[in-house]
Design a protein around this ligand. Sequence first.
Ligand code: ADP
Ligand code: GN1
Ligand code: MG
Length: 363
Amino acid sequence: MKHNVKRVKENFEILGDFVSAAPYGSGHINDTYRVVVDQGGTEVHYIFQRINHNIFKDPPALMENIQRVTDHIFGKIHDEAEASRHSLYVIRALDGKPYYHDVDGNYWRAYIFVEKATTYDIIETEKQAFQAARAFGNFQKELVDIPGGRLHETIPDFHNTPKRVATLEAAVAEDVMGRAKDVQAEIDFVMKRKAETEILLDLNAQGLIPERITHNDTKLNNVMLDDKTGEGICVIDLDTVMPGLVHYDFGDMVRTSTSPAVEDEKDLSKVCMQFNMFEALLRGYLSTAQDFLTPTEREYLPFAGKLITLTIGIRFLTDYLQGDVYFKIHRERHNLDRCRTQFKLVESIEGQMDKIKELLNSI
Ligand code: ADP
Ligand code: GN1
Ligand code: MG
């Protein structure tokens, strides 16, 4: 294993003996471990994560956000026995901080392991889509009234698509890996849609769409579904919870919860937006978010899926051109494969846009 997780455990307020630690999950950013601790003969599980501080430049500020957000959500849960399954629970380090800063300069955090619930990398049923979206909508709703001022922006301009396009253009111009000649079709795909990338930010600037607290990484595998009831019980991966537009969250749900193919599928014929999954997502999201959404926010939900899928595709393409410096890769051209699935999905969404709008109007 890359890290001495046993030593990390000794620095948190966790009683009992370290038993084991194993890499866990399929996230692209942090290093996640499932840790087993023996507490009086009972094995108790935790999630430990090394925060990727190349990407998140200010881990203490990030953990302050997470502490505020989880405290606020905890305050709203009435069933105490179930509380630690409905929100992440941050365990304190021995010095009282919500993270442990080790001698190598790494920042670690520890969460209670949410038991009897699962995250999924691909959508299998409409019920999952409904439940995932309902949970993310509820998460936004719970944070509408968080006190204490604006949250820190853990990654500035995270979903600023025009800036992502500008970064792509710079990466093409620099072409440090000599890869630009192989991806002209993908570059053209983005440039054809460049004008549309301004739409939501313009509406925000005109005061027509408000800034809210959003999750900003609402991948299907960032929500835990209860193994028994299938209910979306706990939203996880809170690193990017910060000010944003609701469309960023709904858009990333469409991106990750409507296609039957994995994000890095090589056979593009398998990638598409399944309309029934979209409908389940929309209904699930509105079942909680309709309590606070304005008419203009609602009107732009159909566009959100297209914009965010395009945006993440642009980021994969940029990372491919820059030499795979951001997303973890596990094979050659991994980021290019990921980019291509995103663009295929964008086309599929575009082809169904009229139907999507009709559906929204009918609900
Ligand atoms: P990343 O930022 O790298 O995506 P995540 O925070 O999403 O990291 O964690 C990776 C995976 O670990 C999740 O998809 C989920 O399966 C699992 N996981 C994370 N936190 C918990 C938790 N508190 N309880 C159970 N599983 C968790
Ligand atoms: C990353 O951490 P993870 O794997 O949940 C990324 C998201 C991308 C996603 C693409 C902080 O999410 O923005 O949409 O990969 N997170 C960060 O799969 O960049
Ligand atoms: Mg994740």
